[in-house]
Design a protein around this ligand. Structure first.
Ligand SMILES: [Zn+2]
Ligand SMILES: [Zn+2]
Length: 205
């Protein structure tokens, strides 16, 4: 992983060189957040904590996308985290880009623009918690929160093929033969949920 400290120190000295003071900032690598590139928190007393997504710091990644984000966050610190992405923050971003035309300080940046295309799909996927697949045609059904469907998918059928839905993870473990056996068993049990013992019977075949 690239050194966040080193890149941050470069960014700070570049900002200082054009008269932008950032205050007392500490940096952390955020290994969890998938939806956010960076974040700046005011800790009080002129101190700030900036976290930067590990996704921007991968070995072999370009430096510029990471520095754009680091500067974006440093400008929040410079502004006391007061003006959001308007007012003084926007003015400072314009000053930076005038002095250093290689930078592109935006309010928000898509994964594609950061050169992280795969993760973009993953980020979208993370908004969903429940994944099912139709045993008949493989169509995926996704839900962000629990619904009548997620509680008992066997009360429903696929609109495309009238097949039965199972958890996507289970689906991926099944052979084509097991899929059709399971579908037959589920149709017989519907609209009641498939019992664990019935599922086991099918999987043992
Ligand atoms: Zn921001
Ligand atoms: Zn289907």
């Amino acid at each position: 992983m690239r050194s966040l400290e080193e890149m941050a120190a470069e960014c700070i000295s570049e900002l200082n060189a054009i008269g932008i003071k950032t205050g007392d900032v500490s940096f952390t690598v955020n290994t969890r957040a998938k939806k956010r590139w960076g974040q700046c928190r005011a800790l009080g007393g002129g101190r700030y904590e900036i976290s930067i997504s590990y996704r921007l710091l991968a070995d072999g990644s370009e430096e510029l996308p990471a520095k754009n984000t680091i500067i974006h966050e440093l400008l929040h610190a410079a502004d006391g985290c007061r003006s959001g992405h308007r007012g003084r923050w926007l003015q400072l971003a314009a000053d930076v880009m005038r002095a250093y035309p290689e930078y592109d300080i935006k309010r928000c940046t898509s994964a594609e623009e950061k050169g992280i295309t795969d993760d973009n799909a993953e980020v979208k996927r993370l908004e969903y918690r429940y994944f099912f697949r139709c045993l008949g045609c493989g169509t995926e059904a996704r839900y962000k929160r629990a619904t009548k469907f997620t509680k008992n998918p066997n009360a429903y059928v696929c609109v495309k093929c009238r097949g039965k839905f199972v958890d996507s993870e289970l689906y991926s473990l099944l052979s084509p033969e097991q899929r059709s056996l399971l579908e037959t068993a589920m149709k017989a049990a519907a609209p009641r949920p498939l019992t664990k013992s019935l599922l086991k019977q099918v999987l043992d075949k």
